[in-house]
Design a protein around this ligand. Sequence first.
Ligand SMILES: [Zn+2]
Length: 283
Amino acid sequence: MKEGSIEEFRQIIKESNNIVFFGGAGVSTESGIPDFRSVDGLYNMKYDYPPETIISHSFFKARPDEFYRFYRDKILLSGIEPNTTHKELAKLEAMGKLKAVITQNIDGLHQKAGSKNVYEIHGTVASNTCMNCGKKFDGQYMIDAIDNGVKKGYAQGHGRSSESGSDDAEEGRGPALEKDGRKYYLPLCDKCGGLIKPDVVLYEEGLDDYIWDCSRRFISAADVLIVAGTSLVVYPAAGLVNYYKGNKLILINLSETPFDGEADMVLHKKLGEVFEGLCDRIS
Ligand SMILES: [Zn+2]
């Protein structure tokens, strides 16, 4: 293990055209998304259950109302934008240097920044499925549905005041929960009224085989593997690093990780600091 400098990091990136990036929560914290596992993260939030319980398959089934309150408050956030790291990675891909982004994050910010080849091993808030009929919904639909409810008549196009033309059209189901002056509705399908589930891998659920296999293949074929913003303590995700066969494993994380000893270079720095202006400096 070698504590590297930003200059040395840039040099390695400059010399390679087969880079793979594997990121965790730390990639998004600079966009204002809380890190589950950091001391400043969700653990300190005031809920009746710990985050791992709420974001589990069985809890979703048993208490979708509480699940969606937490989900809307802490996970499905409005107005979140990609940060420097997301943007520089998208540029690296456009330059033909970065082959894939593999992420444990579910916020969809890599795509929003322009990255194309993204493997989200824990799924994404940007895709959601009706558990009854299978209809797909985007993240904005979920925000609207949880905040305002899905109105009757919504299914007939976008007219919220459809055929009946009366107040009946506004009479969806009431809010599932009301806490601290805020209402939370269950996000229901506008076609069949079924409950919608995010395409996110909840605790107790397995990872998607296809995404896992692609991630594994890109990592094992990579010349440079950048592992960033992850404490590498959550399995099986952390185990992906073991598929890397090269000699340029770069770890970027503020605190130490169990893989520091195996890395060829470690940068205990803020990601934004490492990625700031990267593509301009190497082109
Ligand atoms: Zn449906």
